[in-house]
Design a protein around this ligand. Structure first.
Ligand SMILES: [Zn+2]
Length: 141
């Protein structure tokens, strides 16, 4: 399991935690899926999530049969609990071996899921900042 963290901050508005890769198992096909996870949150007045804590949360939910959409939501909801604020966004880009190995063999296919809450859901500028930074991390990987 490769785990790598990067972090960048835009003033005190937005913290991005990402560059992390976890493996899980697709519950439909029992085949591995590789999930690249990026989280964003607004720490203003709330707790700051340590990088290792974030990694444990992602690995916790990856350590069971999953579908990518549920994994994304579970990580986001856990972060909301930890931070004590709803201003959390989680983006996941998944490589599913069930898509790469079986059937249509879409070897380059990636599935992206996005969960936004609080300010991320209502502030289009903040939302766009997060999506841009998450995408930049994936393109650099
Ligand atoms: Zn599958």
């Amino acid at each position: 399991m490769a785990t790598c963290f990067t972090e960048s901050q835009l003033g005190d508005q937005l913290v991005i935690v990402g560059g992390m890769s976890v493996w899980s198992l697709c519950e439909h096909h029992m085949l591995p899926m590789n999930l690249h996870v990026t989280a964003g949150y607004v720490p203003d007045g709330g707790a700051v999530v340590g990088l290792s804590k974030f990694g444990r949360i992602a690995q916790h939910y990856a350590g069971r049969l999953q579908v990518q959409e549920r994994f994304t939501r579970q990580v986001a909801e856990h972060l909301v609990d930890v931070i004590g604020r709803k201003d959390v966004a989680v983006a996941v880009r998944g490589l599913h071996l069930c898509m790469s190995m079986r059937g249509v063999r879409l070897e380059a296919a990636r599935t992206t899921t996005l969960h936004t809450g609080g300010q991320f859901a209502i502030d289009p500028v903040l939302n766009q900042q997060f999506v841009t930074l998450a995408g930049a991390q994936w393109n650099a990987a």
